[in-house]
Design a protein around this ligand. Structure first.
Ligand SMILES: Nc1ncnc2c1ncn2[C@@H]1O[C@H](COP(=O)(O)OP(=O)(O)OP(=O)(O)O)[C@@H](O)[C@H]1O
Length: 275
């Protein structure tokens, strides 16, 4: 992992737009959130607060509402009740989406359109302004993001030529290219091999050291465990734990911990995290 260059961040600090949550307000404040998908009540009163600079893991069994919670935070699932504020601003008035980087669950970077790794990662700069040629700061941020996820040497390759784990890294790089203050990632380690997980853990460590706030949906703390400040565990759309990360007790730890990893449906993984 190369050392971080101060360039893009330093330039961002001089921006006239607010780039930091200096108000002391939580970066995310979700209170009593309820939401339904179709006829199903998926969130049933979720409270989730994330302070500036925190790294919070959202845990829980399959179907407990983790993805729905983060999709609600990024405005993709409307709340039927409760309150959401981002950077101290009520959701209905929040417009500064460039402050948030979101990596959704299980998508690919390929769109059927021929695009290179670099082009997809560069699209992460779009949230920062109107469509315009990339400037020096944009190119530097894209270079840095590619470097951080270990794909600088694949920058000119077509995304259609990448493996699943590499797609995931491209999508993470796309989010990082926007230099978000809040990074939300839904199962970032899914489908990524051990070496790739170590690269991503290093990436996150660098981001956290720079003050980025992070919300992660995870099934296993794994390589990220040392970075996690707090864990919020969901069960049936309700928070059942909010505090220290539960101890990981191995793959065959406790009875009743019935998480099945969505990417390996044949092989149930008992995480020991999902009490
Ligand atoms: N489009 C939809 N319509 C109806 N129900 C849905 C829809 N999408 C998800 N659900 C249901 O909402 C519940 C919560 O789903 P969600 O994806 O938030 O869970 P999760 O905790 O992220 O699960 P996983 O660990 O499997 O990713 C599940 O019971 C799921 O079946």
């Amino acid at each position: 992992m190369t050392a971080l260059m101060p360039g893009p961040r330093a330039e961002q600090e001089t921006s006239v737009e607010p780039t930091r949550n200096g108000s002391g307000e939580p970066v995310i404040s979700l209170r009593g959130a309820t939401a339904s998908l179709g006829a199903r009540r998926v969130l049933r009163g979720v409270d989730l607060g994330v302070e500036r600079g925190e790294v919070v893991a959202l845990l829980g069994a399959n179907g407990s509402g983790k993805s729905t919670t983060v999709r609600a935070v990024v405005g993709q699932v409307p709340l039927s009740g409760g309150e959401l504020s981002l950077f101290g601003t009520p959701y209905r008035r929040f417009r500064q989406w460039r402050r948030i980087g979101y990596v959704p669950q299980r998508t690919t970077a390929a769109s059927g359109v021929p695009a290179t790794v670099r082009e997809v990662v560069s699209s992460g700069r779009l949230s920062r302004g109107r469509l315009r040629p990339l400037r020096r700061a944009d190119r530097a941020a894209v270079d840095r993001a590619l470097e951080l996820v270990g794909l600088a040497d694949r920058a000119k390759d077509s995304v259609n030529a990448l493996s699943g784990g590499q797609h995931q890294r491209v999508l993470i790089a796309r989010a990082l290219a926007g230099e978000p203050e809040l990074l939300i990632m839904d199962e970032p380690m899914a489908g990524v091999d051990l070496a790739g997980q170590q690269v991503l853990a290093g990436t996150l460590r660098e981001e956290v050291a720079e003050g980025t706030t992070v919300l992660l949906v995870l099934h296993e703390l794994g390589a990220l465990e040392p970075l996690i400040d707090r864990a919020v565990v969901l069960r049936d759309g309700c928070v059942v734990h909010d505090g220290a990360p539960p101890p990981a007790t191995g793959q065959h730890a406790l009875p009743g911990h019935d998480h099945v990893h969505p990417h390996a449906p044949e092989e149930p993984i008992r995480t020991g995290l999902l009490t």
